[in-house]
Design a protein. Structure first.
Length: 129
C-alpha cells in the first residue's frame, strides 16, 4: 500500500487547549466504527465491491488517526492503548505509507503514530524544541 499520510507529521503540537477536546478521541471513534463495519462485512457476506469500499474507509480512518498529534496526555495514552487493543496480530494497520511522492521508502502506520504521540508528549511536558 502506498498512500500519502496527511498533515501533522512535522507540525507542532498544541498545549492543552481550553475547553476543546483532544481531536485524537474523535479520530479513534471514527476508526473504531470503520474497522467494525469492515469486519462485519464478512459475516454479512457483502459483495467484493462493498467490502473493498469498507476496507478503504477503514484504511483511510487509520491514516487520518496516524496524522493527528494528541493535544493532551490523556489523548496520547488513549491512542497508544487503542493501537495495542486493535492490533491483535501485528498486521492490523496500514504499512508502506509515504508522506509525499518523493519519499522512496514507505513506513508503517506505527511510525507516524509514535512520532505524533512523542511530539504531543514533548509539548505537554514543556520539552518541545
Amino acid at each position: 500500500m502506498n498512500m500519502a499520510v496527511s498533515a501533522a507529521l512535522t507540525g507542532s503540537a498544541v498545549l492543552e487547549p481550553l475547553n476543546e477536546p483532544d481531536p485524537i478521541f474523535a479520530a479513534i471513534e471514527v476508526h473504531r466504527k470503520a474497522k467494525a463495519a469492515f469486519e462485519e462485512s464478512f459475516s454479512r457476506k457483502e459483495d467484493d465491491a462493498t467490502r473493498d469500499r469498507l476496507c478503504h474507509l477503514e484504511t483511510q480512518a487509520a491514516c487520518d488517526l496516524a496524522s493527528i498529534v494528541p493535544t493532551t496526555m490523556k489523548g496520547a495514552l488513549a491512542v497508544l492503548a487503542y493501537a495495542a487493543e486493535v492490533d491483535t496480530d501485528g498486521m492490523g494497520w496500514p504499512d508502506g505509507l509515504v508522506t509525499d511522492q518523493n519519499q522512496k521508502l514507505g513506513r508503517s502506520w506505527y511510525h507516524y503514530m509514535i512520532k505524533n504521540v512523542a511530539d504531543g508528549l514533548q509539548a505537554n511536558v514543556g520539552m518541545a524544541g
